[in-house]
Structures are given as structure tokens and as C-alpha cells.
Design a protein around this ligand. Structure first.
Ligand code: SF4
Ligand code: SF4
Length: 340
């Protein structure tokens, strides 16, 4: 494992980090085992969030006594001063620490949110105060909106930027990453597997390792997964024409209209299981139609309740035409049922 400087933050981190959403699926004992395995294999950067249920608590439990060897990153979704202040203190308590290396404003994609956090009594004021008090070392931001992310980079308010980056979402390499480099910011890559749309881990990391100053944050929920990715980092990276062709084939298959499983669209008042239903064609591709229809029956039957109200669409950071896509996926499911 190599260790690299995270922009001009002064933080040195492992060249691959650990995105701590998946540990919420694990029992505390299992999560501690996976986190400790990552640490033992050289991973030092752990990125969590106040909203990831008990993720911070599990990190606190896993790393008692090891604090000075880790770089801990967390985030708040709160937009106001009081909310952000409370979240920072909660994160400190849960992670059993008296400082957070990197504290980020979470999912800042809308202009209204930007106005809220920078306005009077906005979340940024709480974060500045916490930094002054020594509770936070560096301030970062995460976003799913490319134009907003570029704007945020240029404000000079943040030391790091975190954005989805993988070979089907490679746009950040064109403008966002160069802009962040110009400001000497640290660059973090969420969703290295396309939010679950990509199942070829080796190919994903062949792509990502071409950008050694961009630190990917894969999520792990098993020690074997940690070992696999760390093993990839123990080899020299080489991207061959057949790898490029495979990436292109994934891009063509998924197109621009694919769901990153971020779950911001949920919940649906009609009980539609939006995220798995949005991914039905991927499951069908992997399993064959009839098998997928059986496997996803509960999910796809819930789509029949959709009233096309459009509320989920307003919450989707990728502006996906969700009701329209769900309709198409339901038609595909019905074809598969008919074929069984
Ligand atoms: S458009 Fe359909 S899936 Fe989306 S919130 Fe409305 S009812 Fe639910
Ligand atoms: S439909 Fe949009 S908001 Fe919902 S999970 Fe997919 S990408 Fe995220």
C-alpha cells in the first residue's frame, strides 16, 4: 500500500480508502473484523457520515487505541448551524475521538443548499467554529452535481472534494479534477463500482489507478473483499486495449440513464421499492429474465402502485426520469413473467 498526500490538506492517506456505508449491514462484531482487516492491510482512510446509521459507532469500537494512526472523515447533511454543530459533536462521541481529520458538508448539489450553508446561521459557520476549537482538522464537501461541484471547488472554502468517479462516470476527470488540482485540493472518489452497477472490480480499479491522486473509497462488507482490492494495489497497473473495449461495452450497455443506487429518491409514499426496481434490467441481464422475475417479484409488483407523482424525480441528483424508467422496467418484468 502506498501513502499519498491528500492535496494540500497536510493529511497523508492510503492510496485507497474505505467507504463505510456497507458496514451498517453487518453486526458490530463483523464490522469490527472487516474494519480491522482493512487497517491491518494498510488502509488508513475511513470515510463515514453522520447519517450512516451506526457506522460511526462501529468505527469507534474497531479502532479504540489506534486513533493517531487513522484518518477519519465524516459528514453532515444538516444545512444550519445548530444542526451541523450537533452532528459534529455526535460524530465525535460515536467515533470515540476528540477530533475528526476531515469533516465534509454532505451531498451539496442544489443551489438552495449552497445558499443555506453559506448564509447566516448556516452549517459552514458551525464547521468553522469546530475547526477553531480543534474538533475538526480539515473541511471538505461531497456532491453529486458536477456543475455545483466545480463551483464549490472554486469557492476556496473546502480542502477536499468528493464526487462519484468510475469508468461509466468519468466526466469529473475532464473539468472537476483539474479544477481541484489547480486549488491543490484533495480529491476523493465515491462509488468506484458505479454504485453497484459494475461488478468487475478488477476493471474498475484498472481505470481508477490511472489517477493516482484521486483516492477511491470502495465499500467493503467482508474481509475477502478487502483482501481482493488490496491485492490489486500490490500489482503494477496496466490498462490493455481489451480493458478499454470492456469498459466501452459496459458504457454502451448502461448508457447515461442508469441508477447509482444512492437512494436519495426514497421513500415513496406508494411503497414503490424504487432503487431495486430501477436496477431490474441489470439483475435480469445477470440472471436471465425468468429467474430475475421470480427473484425480484416483490420489488417489481410494488411498481404497479406508482402514481407517477414525480416526487422521487425531484430528489434524484442524476435527474433520472424515474417513473418513465420504472414503467419500462415493469414492461420488461411482465415480459419475463409471460415467458415463465
Ligand atoms: S413517481 Fe412513482 S415511484 Fe416516484 S414517488 Fe411518485 S409514486 Fe413513488
Ligand atoms: S433513481 Fe436516482 S436517486 Fe434513486 S437511487 Fe437511483 S440514482 Fe439515486
Amino acid at each position: 500500500m502506498r501513502y499519498v498526500k491528500l492535496g494540500k490538506t497536510g493529511l497523508e492517506v492510503s492510496e485507497v480508502g474505505f467507504g463505510c456505508i456497507p458496514i451498517i449491514r453487518l453486526s458490530t462484531a463483523e464490522a469490527v473484523t472487516v474494519l480491522r482487516r482493512a487497517y491491518d492491510r494498510g488502509i488508513t482512510l475511513f470515510d463515514t457520515a453522520n447519517m450512516y446509521l451506526d457506522s460511526e459507532e462501529k468505527i469507534g469500537q474497531a479502532f479504540e487505541g489506534l486513533r493517531s494512526r487513522l484518518i477519519l472523515a465524516s459528514k453532515t447533511l444538516k444545512r444550519n448551524l445548530a444542526g451541523a454543530e450537533a452532528d459534529i459533536d455526535l460524530s465525535l462521541r460515536r467515533m470515540r475521538t476528540d477530533y475528526i481529520d476531515l469533516f465534509q458538508i454532505h451531498q451539496l448539489s442544489l443551489e438552495s443548499d449552497y445558499q443555506a450553508i453559506t448564509g447566516p446561521d448556516g452549517a459552514l459557520e458551525a464547521i468553522f467554529r469546530a475547526k477553531q476549537a480543534g474538533k475538526i482538522r480539515r473541511i471538505g464537501v461531497t456532491s453529486h452535481g458536477i456543475e455545483m461541484a466545480i463551483k464549490l471547488v472554486k469557492t476556496g472554502l473546502f480542502s477536499t472534494v468528493q464526487f462519484p468517479f468510475n469508468f461509466i462516470e468519468s466526466a469529473p476527470a475532464e473539468e472537476l479534477h483539474p479544477a481541484a488540482r489547480q486549488e491543490e485540493m484533495g480529491i476523493l472518489a465515491m462509488k468506484p463500482f458505479g454504485g453497484g452497477a459494475l461488478d468487475n472490480g478488477e476493471l474498475c480499479f484498472k481505470f481508477l489507478r490511472q489517477f493516482p491522486d484521486v483516492i477511491p473509497l470502495p465499500g467493503f462488507d467482508a474481509v475477502e473483499q478487502v483482501d481482493q482490492i488490496v491485492a490489486v494495489y500490490e500489482t503494477e497497473n496496466a490498462v490493455f486495449p481489451e480493458d478499454l473495449a470492456a469498459m466501452e461495452s459496459f458504457r454502451t450497455e448502461l448508457g447515461q440513464h442508469f441508477c447509482r443506487r444512492c437512494e436519495y429518491c426514497q421513500p415513496c409514499e406508494q411503497g414503490v421499492m424504487i432503487t431495486p426496481a430501477m436496477n431490474y434490467p441489470i439483475i435480469a441481464h445477470r440472471m436471465s429474465g425468468p429467474k430475475a422475475a421470480g427473484f425480484a417479484a416483490k420489488t417489481m409488483e410494488s411498481v404497479r402502485n406508482c402514481t407517477e407523482c414525480g416526487e422521487c424525480m425531484e430528489r434524484c441528483p442524476y435527474n433520472l426520469p424515474i417513473p418513465e424508467m420504472l414503467k419500462k422496467h415493469l414492461a420488461l418484468y411482465d415480459e419475463h413473467i409471460a415467458g415463465t
